[in-house]
Write a protein that binds this ligand. Structure first.
Ligand code: NAD
Length: 303
């Protein structure tokens, strides 16, 4: 039976470490990190993610700045707002003007706004989501390090390393190639010296490729597509997929499942993350970690 990686517990440990570092920064510099969280419109799922992020900031002593914009805000007004935050020292409560702090623009944005254009206007030093094209570009380059790693892929690597799974020299398969999860996860594994294969919606016979993998990161958004028989015995399986499936036994009428058939795969794998309770709780924690890292760079530079 696989060791089930408890994402909630790992996240809690990391959150305590972050809170400790925030206290130390506050004592040393008299300042705490700050994160601007921008939300456009009232999508229920986005409101709930943003609420979680703001609450987590408060719990760890990080100051969050709430910028709530109406659904109809124009692209140029949103970009103006981002520019103001780029030069706002208070986003880091630095006391001095500095370019290092955190800005998060919750996605998706309404259809009339070009997301890539908005993300590329965020100052590189404040890009705590790690979605700026230049941060992603550096992730793709050998011997270069982006200032921030995208949160969900960073969570996957952190879960592997904190579970004692070594990556160097291993065969890794990433299922999915999206800009926010699959692609950056594969680049991170490559940076950690794995031999990486990407499986996507046009891949034929994915099972034979996945069966070779010592490490599987599943991020396809396809409920339970990866069966137990697709997993190499002893492999480490990180399931990013978060899919709602009908379940009349639940009050809500649905339950969340991953991209991996947990019941089958946990009998074969060496390590596996559950859904929920695996990658999910780690993603927000990595955002807070990125915010702390940005603040440390800022405080040290301006000390
Ligand atoms: P996406 O829809 O943008 O990308 C899905 C990718 O999977 C695509 O690259 C596509 O080629 C590939 N794919 C689709 N069907 C496939 C198939 N049958 N076989 C192989 N590949 C296939 O999704 P995303 O934003 O990358 O998210 C992926 C999943 O991860 C979703 O379930 C999402 O809810 C979840 N997610 C979870 C977290 C978290 O913190 N836990 C964060 C982000 C996304």
């Amino acid at each position: 039976m696989a060791t089930v990686i408890d994402g909630k517990a790992v996240a809690q440990t990391i959150r305590s470490e972050i809170a400790e570092e925030v206290r130390a920064l506050s004592q040393k510099y008299g300042k705490v990190p700050g994160l601007a969280v921008v939300i456009v419109g009232n999508r229920k799922d986005s409101q709930s993610y943003v609420g979680m992020k703001r609450k987590a900031c408060a719990e760890l002593g990080i100051k969050s700045f709430d910028i709530d914009l109406p659904e109809q805000v124009s692209e140029s007004d949103l970009i103006k707002q981002v520019h103001q935050l780029n030069v706002n020292p208070d986003v880091h409560v630095c006391g001095k003007k500095c370019m290092q702090s955190g800005i998060l623009v919750q996605l998706p944005l309404p259809k009339h706004i070009n997301e890539e254009k908005v993300l590329s206007e965020i100052s590189l030093e404040k890009d705590v989501d790690g979605f700026h094209p230049l941060n992603i570009g550096k992730l793709a380059m050998k011997d270069r390090d982006p200032l921030f790693l995208p949160c969900t892929p960073k969570a996957c690597i952190e879960l592997l390393s904190r579970s004692g799974v070594s990556i160097k020299g291993k065969k890794a398969v990433v299922v999915g190639r999206s800009n926010i999860v699959g692609l950056p996860a594969s680049l991170l594994l490559l940076k950690a010296d794995a031999t990486v294969t990407i499986v996507h919606s046009r891949t034929t016979q994915p099972e034979s490729i996945i069966r070779e993998a010592d490490i599987v990161i599943a991020a396809a958004g396809q409920p339970m597509m990866i069966k137990g028989s697709w997993i190499k015995p002893g492999a480490a399986v990180i399931d990013v997929g978060t899919n709602a499936v009908d379940d009349p036994t639940k009050k809500s009428g649905y339950r969340l499942v991953g991209d991996v058939d947990f019941e089958e795969a946990s009998k074969v794998a060496g390590w596996i993350t559950p859904v929920p309770g695996g990658v999910g709780p780690m993603t927000v924690t990595m955002l807070l970690h990125n915010t702390l890292e940005g603040a440390k760079r800022c405080f040290e530079k301006n000390h």
